[in-house]
Design a protein. Sequence first.
Lengths: 220, 347
Amino acid sequence: MAIPGQQELTQLENFMEGIWKQNPVFVMLLGLCPALAVTVSAVNALAMGAATTFVLLGSTLLVSLMRNFVPKEVRIATYIVIIATFVTIVDYLIAAISLELYEALGAFIQLIVVNCMILGRAEAHASRNAPIRALTNALGMGLGFTIGLFALGSVREILGSGTLFGVSLFGPDFQPWVVMVLPPGGFFVLGAWLLVFNWWRNRTPAATGTLKPAEGHSHG
Amino acid sequence: MTAQTPQIQLRTSPHMKRGVTVERIMLNVVLALLPIVLFSIWQYGLSALALIVTVTATCVVTERLFNRASRSASTLSDWSAVITGLLLALTLPPAFPLWMGVVAGVAAIGLGKVLFGGIGFNVFNPALVGRAFVQAAFPVAITTWVPAFSPTRFSEFVPTTFTVPLMMPPDISEWARQALDGFTGATPLARWKFENELTPVQDFLTGAVTASAGETSAILILLGGFYLAARKFLDWRIPVAVLGSAAVLAWAFHLHDPGHFPEPAFVLLSGGLMLGAVFMATDMATSPVTPLGVWLYGILIGVVTVSIRYFGGLTEGIMYAILFANALVPLIDQYTQPKVFGQRRSS
């Protein structure tokens, strides 16, 4: 990243940024709207993560390629058009692959267009880095987002329905925790994960490096 | 957890010091709760005993584990975890599966208390947070009631008590029918709301109603309240405001349409209103500190409770009413600051 005073990251570090140090869900708290809304099951979470990663990769590539041609004044509008293009592609793709999944994810596929994690990446990273570098970072971010969503979705599916990927884990007598598939469940599980991660970070101060848990904006 | 001790700005003397510690207050609350607990066990037998012991132990153990995780000193000696556990158990149906009671206890202490920084820092009443969590998670189990004074209550457990953890509790309607003839499995509030059938007041006074473990002993709850109020361990204005506003509102509705709306006595005695008004709304950490604010807070709880009962989807509203009022406490405190005499407005 082109931040003055910061050492250039190696490609591996650049890739790992999104998975651990700047994980979109657990550290930056970006893109919480889909993270809370569609993670009632592991499948939904993975599909949402994959769709977001696809859009992120596509938009990052284009934004990075066009970074020297786009006037500063209209850059946000340009990013949105680029992102919206890929969202439209992924919207049709999911509808073609699985109508069931398409209906489960609902409006949240179209809403990827306002996912602040993607716009944040375009603004903060893709528009300042060469394509390969930007793509590596975007792939890490996309994977990190998917991991975050899966962490939420798997816990909520196990407790809320007693299944994982639709496979029953506890037999037919399982008592579902209804709250887990309701919106409050999303907040509870996210909160619990944040608790675990922050506790882990505080336990091992050496491993945190220079980046503190960032304060993110919880919209999008 | 690095809870910051709030700096208290002391005014000039004279100061009167009362040798009351948190431990003493809490111990007195436990004492005031004990008759209710014993009555509940006498009413519902072994299952209620097992539930109360399990939930209380869970709360205590959870608090200790969080103490350890945050490497702070043990806070068990202040008895507050015990109170949370007892109150939480008293708000649950007596035949609530024990494993769900454990979930409720962990949620109460974990979500409701230690995450905010422990005793004195919690925004919501911890016992009600625990109950709200299991109400949202297990809506069927928390509305499965058993008859009071069943003849076999001291010789056998209700089948749901020892449900295998994570599994669904068995259907007990057949068991309950055998245990007590003509048992309907509905609380007085539910019977009023859905069948328009009123439970006679004397049933409430003798405890012969279907309810949560600690809800039926109105007299004992009031006695405990009087004891704590007399020793100034609770603010008498809160229960008076809660029960008074609920009674006035219920009375107004009753006058308007006596056929549909019950008498104020029914509203006061049924459900958890009494227990909530005396022991939960008065939680020192989650109620206002200003004289006017206390009244507002109590009236708000009473009005919301009756509104939920009459017009909401739920049969009982005291839990959400208190949690809602808890959330408004900082606001109430801010807008009801008393005038400081001898000072001029600086602006």
